[in-house]
Design a protein. Structure first.
Length: 164
C-alpha cells in the first residue's frame, strides 16, 4: 500500500524541447497557410462568392454602409448610396457584436492604411445567408455563423428589414 502511494517529484519549470518545437512548427504552419489563402497564393480554392455562383445563389438585397464614430461614443450607420441613416448604435448598447465585428474590420483597415470612408457591403442571399464584406481589404464575414441573435443585429441595417 504505502509504496503505491509514493509521489513522484515533477520538474514543472521546463517543457521537453520536442514539445516546444512541435508547437512552434504548428503555429508557423497556421500563419503561413492563413497568409497564403488571404493573399490568393493558393490557387484553386473557390471564394465564397464563387461557391454561391456555382450553387445558383444570388444576392437578394445589398446595402453599402459606412460606420461613423460620434463624439458621444455612439456609432451612426450611413447608407453610402443615398446618404440616408441606416441605423445607429448607442454607446454601451446591446449591439456589442456589431461593435466587435466593426472594430476588427477597422483594425484591418488601419493596418492596411485604408481610411474609414470606404463602404462595407451587407448582403442578404437567396439561400438565406447574410454576409458583410469589406472590398477595400477583401475581408468576408458569414454573419450566420455567429448565431441568430448576432445575425439579427446586422439584418436590421438592410432597407427591407426582412428576417433573412
Amino acid at each position: 500500500g504505502a509504496a503505491a502511494m509514493q509521489h513522484r517529484e515533477i520538474d514543472s519549470g521546463r517543457f521537453p524541447p520536442g514539445v516546444l518545437y512541435g508547437a512552434g512548427a504548428m503555429i508557423a504552419a497556421a500563419l503561413i497557410a492563413t497568409t497564403a489563402v488571404r493573399s490568393g497564393a493558393i490557387a484553386g480554392l473557390p471564394t465564397a462568392s464563387q461557391s454561391r455562383a456555382a450553387a445558383n445563389v444570388r444576392a437578394v438585397e445589398t446595402r453599402s454602409l459606412r460606420f461613423d464614430d460620434l463624439p458621444t461614443g455612439a456609432v451612426r450607420v450611413v447608407d453610402t448610396g443615398d446618404g440616408s441613416i441606416a441605423g445607429g448604435i448607442a454607446p454601451g448598447a446591446l449591439n456589442g457584436f456589431v461593435r466587435g465585428v466593426m472594430r476588427g474590420l477597422a483594425r484591418d483597415r488601419h493596418l492596411g492604411h485604408i481610411g474609414p470612408d470606404a463602404p462595407f457591403v451587407l448582403t442578404r442571399w437567396s439561400d438565406g445567408a447574410l454576409t458583410l464584406d469589406d472590398p477595400s481589404t477583401r475581408r468576408h464575414i458569414e454573419l450566420g455563423s455567429f448565431g441568430p441573435t448576432n445575425r439579427a443585429a446586422f439584418r436590421v441595417l438592410l432597407k427591407s428589414g426582412v428576417k433573412a
